[in-house]
Design a protein around this ligand. Structure first.
Ligand code: CS2
Ligand code: MN
Length: 358
């Protein structure tokens, strides 16, 4: 298992690489060329420079999160093939730089959705939270405004202002696209890129939808065991796999995380391991990684990864804002560092107790 932290690059992240380097057990980072809009080609030189900067800090670039998929591909508009060609060019450049893991998502219009980015908890920390009743009262524009106000001045992944400026057009693209059609579009995209992924040994890892149900009437498909399994079975190449994000899938308490992890044996290419606290149906808040702070049994989750033979790249996911840190909501240093160390501890215990010490 390789422990990493997500890093948005010097121009966008509040956390410098040297601090990440000092978290025990963290070998590398997961990064991206954050400034490049979805659909444009990444040049090899830019990827090389990113890699070099990370290596100079004593870390490895262990994967990309994300190479975003253009909405024309998700909605199958006439421009999709041109955008798929661009995506392939980006994959080729990544492959030539030795990058073998790419995380992406297939959520229409937005990435993750939250009703509050800074919900105060009893101990004075703040977390991202979701309340379906709140979301039902507002439209996407209002949600963007709320999110923008509480983003501490940072650009949030999936909520780039230039995308949000086109929100009405984006919604219009998805008229007539239901879950089944969106699924077909995903399979079309994957079939088109698989030969390149196979040539360079790039593992594609789709991130589940967050929360794991449709929002604002837009279709969402990466929400449950059945659909994840359907995807790996329809596009059989081992390069087609999953980012198993416990917080996103676990937003729906009906998803049995241990069972999902075990049933995707061999097809989980990347793990985001975090906890959250359920209040009632459609209402949850994020929590510290520790089991007792939220609703998940983190030991059982880590053991499920271990028992299914997982040995890939892991990262803690969103953390609480603590100790006065001002950072991208969910992506401060302190709570994610605590999360990484805790997850490493669970992994060490599980692996040594199993007698294998993997
Ligand atoms: C999120 C997403 O839960 C998460 O990891 O922060 O922004 C995620 O990075 C994307 O959906 C992956 O494409
Ligand atoms: Mn995640």
């Amino acid at each position: 298992m390789k422990m990493t932290l997500r890093w948005f690059g010097n121009d966008f992240d509040s956390v410098p690489l040297w601090k990440i380097r000092q978290i025990p057990g963290v070998e590398g980072v997961i990064s991206t060329l954050y400034g490049i809009p979805a659909g444009e080609v990444w040049e090899r030189e830019q990827i090389h420079a990113l890699k070099e900067e990370i290596e100079d800090a004593g870390l490895k670039l262990l994967g990309i999160e994300s190479v975003n998929v253009h909405d024309s591909i998700k909605a199958a508009t006439p421009e999709r093939d041109r955008h798929i060609e661009n995506y392939i060019k980006t994959l080729e450049a990544l492959g030539k730089e030795g990058i073998d893991l790419v995380c992406y998502n297939f959520m229409p219009v937005f990435d993750w959705t939250r009703s509050d980015l800074a919900k105060m908890r009893a101990d004075g920390s703040t977390v991202l939270s979701y309340d379906q009743d709140e979301i039902d009262k507002i439209n996407p524009d209002e949600m963007f405004e709320n999110i923008d106000k509480k983003s501490n001045g940072f650009v949030l992944p999936g909520w780039e202002p230039e995308r949000m400026a086109k929100i009405k057009e984006l919604f219009a693209l998805y008229k007539g696209i239901n879950n089944e059609k969106l699924f077909e579009n995903l399979v079309y995209f994957l079939n088109a890129i698989m030969p390149t992924c196979e040539k360079y040994g790039i593992k594609m890892a789709i991130h589940p939808d967050d929360p794991a149900w449709p929002v604002f009437g837009l279709p969402r498909i990466m929400t449950c065991k059945e659909n994840l399994l359907r995807l790996v079975n329809e596009v059989k190449s081992p390069c087609n796999g999953i980012t198993l994000c416990t917080g996103s899938l676990g937003s729906n308490p009906e998803n049995d995380l241990e069972d999902i992890i075990k049933s995707l044996k061999g097809r989980i290419h990347f793990a985001h391991i975090r906890n959250l606290k359920h209040h009632s149906k459609g209402k949850f808040e994020e929590a510290a990684h520790l089991s007792s702070d939220g609703s998940f049994d983190m030991l059982k989750i880590v053991k499920a990864f271990y028992d299914s033979g997982f040995d890939g790249v892991v990262r803690p996911d969103h953390g609480r804002a603590i100790w006065g840190e001002v950072a991208l909501p969910g992506y401060g240093l302190y709570d994610r560092a605590l999360g990484a160390v805790y997850l490493n501890g669970l992994w060490e215990a599980v692996s040594k107790l199993s007698g294998e010490g993997r």
